[in-house]
Ligand binder design. Structure first.
Ligand SMILES: NC(=O)c1ccc[n+]([C@@H]2O[C@H](COP(=O)([O-])OP(=O)(O)OC[C@H]3O[C@@H](n4cnc5c(N)ncnc54)[C@H](O)[C@@H]3O)[C@@H](O)[C@H]2O)c1
Length: 277
């Protein structure tokens, strides 16, 4: 992209336009952040995940084989242009993947959004634009309160500490949204395990994801030890202890929860493992 920018004679005042899903946004945004020490960019997200999540908040970057988003920059776009109509051509499996982030927004800060998702596929399709709007509002509310992730913004990581590891360990066979869906269930069981959330919350979340056709179990071919080891590479690691954003109840997340009990993590991952009947 940098070479192409040079060939197209882009200058400091030029604007890069990223039109596409989260991969295009992350990559084009990072290229814009770093070309000539930063040129402006505009993002037109075309996938549900990009609309409600990746295009908002100015995080741009790329993955390394060792972990997700290890190279990147905060470079907010000048404009995020969302037109839900483009979702008409989005493959269903990609739409479902984005729904994981919509459900996450509901859990974090919009119980009504969560209950819309709980009504299932038909409601979700009928109320699609409302879902997009509400999920965007949740993310904007959080990032405006903490643009550079100094504190509260970490609540957006619900499901991601485990989700990122699952994405990597599955060699990206699990999409980001699918991995986050499973991650949210595992992390909610973890919250129940340490007494932060009341028993029953994980099952509630699990049922919503299940109804929307999202995975909720850790695939049985993924090694639990390898998942845990991979989590330690997560850039949010804090010395040797893992920190999570965990739900207390619908609409309330506690960030920076340190979990030192490795056995509990292993047990929870085992409980959430896919087991063919
Ligand atoms: N920067 C951030 O804050 C942030 C947050 C979350 C996720 N991400 C990143 O976003 C990426 C995932 O984004 P994604 O789910 O959009 O994946 P993606 O960009 O790979 O898009 C998914 C697929 O849908 C296709 N597509 C997109 N819009 C379409 C449309 N309107 N019609 C038909 N096909 C369409 C794409 O070509 C692609 O094949 C991951 O790499 C993840 O790490 C970044």
């Amino acid at each position: 992209l940098w070479q192409e920018f040079l060939q197209a004679k882009l200058e400091r005042g030029s604007t890069v336009i990223a039109l596409g899903g989260g991969v295009v946004g992350d990559l084009a945004g990072f290229a814009a952040a770093t070309y000539l020490r930063g040129v402006p960019w505009i993002v037109v997200p075309t996938s549900l995940l990009a609309m409600v999540d990746s295009s908002l908040g100015g995080k741009t970057g790329i993955d390394l084989p060792q972990g997700k988003n290890l190279v990147g920059a905060f470079h907010p776009p000048r404009l995020v242009w969302v037109d839900p109509q483009v979702l008409d051509t989005l493959p269903e499996v990609e739409f479902q993947s984005g729904l994981a982030e919509v459900v996450k927004a509901g859990i974090i800060d919009d119980p009504h959004l969560f209950s819309l998702c709980a009504q299932g596929w038909e409601t979700v399709n009928q109320q699609r634009d409302q879902l997009v709007n509400r999920a965007i509002a949740v993310k904007i509310g959080v990032i405006e309160s903490d643009p550079y992730e100094k504190g509260r913004r970490a609540i957006l990581n619900l499901g991601h500490t485990i989700g990122h590891a699952l994405e990597l360990v599955s060699h990206f066979r699990l999409s980001h949204g699918q991995a986050v869906a499973i991650g949210m269930v595992v992390e909610t069981y973890l919250a129940e395990g340490i007494g932060l959330a009341q028993t029953g919350l994980a099952e509630r979340i699990e049922n919503v994801l299940k109804n929307l056709g999202l995975p909720w179990q850790v695939p049985d071919d993924l090694e639990i030890d390898f998942i845990i080891e991979t989590m330690h590479f997560d850039k949010k690691r804090h010395r040797d202890s893992l920190r999570f954003a965990l739900p207390v109840q619908l609409g309330e997340i506690k960030q920076g929860v340190q979990v030192d009990d490795k056995q509990l993590l292993v047990d929870v991952l085992r409980t959430c493992r896919y087991s063919p009947k």
